[in-house]
Design a protein around this ligand. Structure first.
Ligand code: GAP
Length: 458
């Protein structure tokens, strides 16, 4: 897909304007780690707040939890992560570069190696004479699995008994709490349990800025339902998630829902679809995964823990292990999609240009910037700022020409600039300037809050 702007240009803008900083920068950084800056932390929080509102707070079905990041190691035995959460990697014996075997094969041949064993991937590398993208040689080690979980120790002894793992997904914290939630919420099926939290994966090839990182945040919902109703719910949640992305104002030409092929599907899944976005660095990149996981997870945890994790239907007296549909999304992926989609450069007049981030006002880091026309108006303009701040995150800017202040705010996605001028003292009105249309309208100060509130509706 044609991209108007290069990924490098967008990333550079995000770094220089305060959305994202290099992690541990003053020490030379830590590879592929990023800190969210003065604007990025707001954007991230706004994304999480919207998800929580739409998936938990206003949902008739769902409840939320916040489970521990470190879990009993048996969790990862039961979920299959200890054995199977691995990517195959190969090393180039010539230049020592390391690759994920499936990515190496796919990039060189266009063939998918998804779900192939290490041995099958070795054969594909041989048969297709795949060469190292770094040095051009064909001399690789055999592919070998590399577990993506970060290992650490709990307590003072660093022995086998004290090994714990940083969770690679938030989902398992939900499955192990299924019975607790069912009991304390007194919810009847169907119901969902959602949470937002950090996950860690020791990715072999992190990259593309914050697209694939080793530390990220997930927003996951595990939606439990009666077996047989799962495919309807699967469709419901695919549509619901797509609608969420669409409401963010993302260009639909750059969005698609991709159902997984049979070969790609996990053996226990009855259906999985990804919502993908055409990022500037790739054709399509996964943003959101929605999977019908059947009763796989609850069954496994029931087997490994010896605890009953079935549901007694109060109406029919039937007892069964619920099926589960899981919509799972990374905050960083939504963040990056929003920013790539919002970034724009527009000509203004004959020789001026502006960078503007056309993001939905609900996620914009700053909702309004109060700009007094003159420093002599600081006092009443500050009073307006203080008042609006109680409701929205606002900024106050009295430095430079009004045009420059508009540009600064366009570049960070602020939906409104509010100019307080000398007439404001008399008529108690201000000028609201719209980021996208650049239109200005005069509005009574008493109506400003409602006007902004309306624009933030999602
Ligand atoms: N519980 C299911 C699960 O974790 P996943 O496809 O591995 O499924 C779900 O991850 C979502 O988490 C992805 O669609 C993506 O948005 C995000 N994600 C996964 N790995 C990531 C990484 N290394 N960096 C950033 N986001 C990631």
């Amino acid at each position: 897909m044609d991209n108007k702007y290069s990924f490098e240009e967008i990333v550079s803008h995000l770094k220089t304007s305060g959305f994202v900083y290099q992690g541990s920068e003053i020490y030379g950084g830590l590879s592929n780690s990023w800190d969210f800056g003065i604007l990025g932390s707001f954007l991230k929080k706004n994304i999480k707040d919207l998800w929580w509102k739409k998936f938990i707070e206003t949902s008739p079905y769902n409840v939320g939890i916040d489970s521990a990041l470190l879990m009993n190691t048996k969790t990862w035995e039961a979920s299959g992560h200890l054995k199977g959460f691995a990517d195959s990697m190969v090393d180039c014996k010539e230049c020592k570069s390391r690759f994920r075997a499936d990515q190496l094969i796919e990039q060189a041949t266009g063939l998918s190696a998804e779900g192939k064993t290490s041995e099958e991937m070795d054969k594909m590398i041989e048969d297709n004479n795949v060469v190292c993208p770094n040095c051009g040689k064909h001399n690789f080690t055999n592919a070998r699995p590399f577990n993506l979980m970060f290992k650490t120790y709990i307590g003072t002894l660093e022995d086998a008994k004290s090994v714990v793992y940083l969770r690679p997904e938030t989902a398992q914290g939900i499955f192990v709490n299924f019975a607790n939630v069912a009991r304390t919420s007194r919810k009847k099926l169907p119901f969902g349990i959602g949470q937002i939290g950090k996950s860690f994966r020791n990715e072999i090839t992190p990259g593309n800025f914050i697209f694939r990182v080793r530390e990220f945040e997930q927003m996951e919902l595990e939606f439990f339902c009666k077996p047989g109703t799962d495919l309807d719910w699967y469709k419901y949640w695919v549509d619901y998630c797509y609608d969420f992305v669409k409401k963010l104002g993302i260009n639909e030409e750059k969005l698609r829902i991709r159902p997984h092929s049979k070969e790609e599907l996990a053996f226990y899944s009855k259906g999985t679809s990804d919502i993908e976005y055409a990022f500037p660095f790739t054709d399509w990149g996964e943003v959101w995964g929605i999977a019908d996981r059947t009763d796989y997870d609850l069954k496994k945890h029931s087997d490994y823990s010896g605890k009953e994790l079935s549901y007694l239907d109060p109406e029919t007296n039937e007892k069964y292990i619920p099926y589960c549909v899981e919509p799972s999304v990374g905050v960083e992926r939504l963040f990056l999609m929003i920013c790539c989609d919002a970034y724009d450069k527009e000509k203004i007049g004959d020789n001026d240009e502006r960078i503007v981030m056309h993001m939905h006002p609900a996620v914009a880091p700053v909702k309004a910037c109060i700009c007094p026309l003159s420093k002599k108006l600081s006092e009443p303009a500050t009073a307006l700022f203080n008042d609006l701040c109680k409701k929205f995150h606002c900024e106050y800017d009295e430095a430079g020409s009004i045009g420059k202040r508009y540009r600064r705010n366009d570049a960070i996605g602020t939906p409104f600039c509010i100019t307080y001028d000398f007439d404001s003292l008399e008529d108690q009105c201000v000028t609201l300037r719209d980021r996208d249309t650049m239109e200005q309208k005069r509005l009574p100060i008493s109506e400003v809050k409602d006007y902004i509130k309306k624009a933030l509706e999602f």
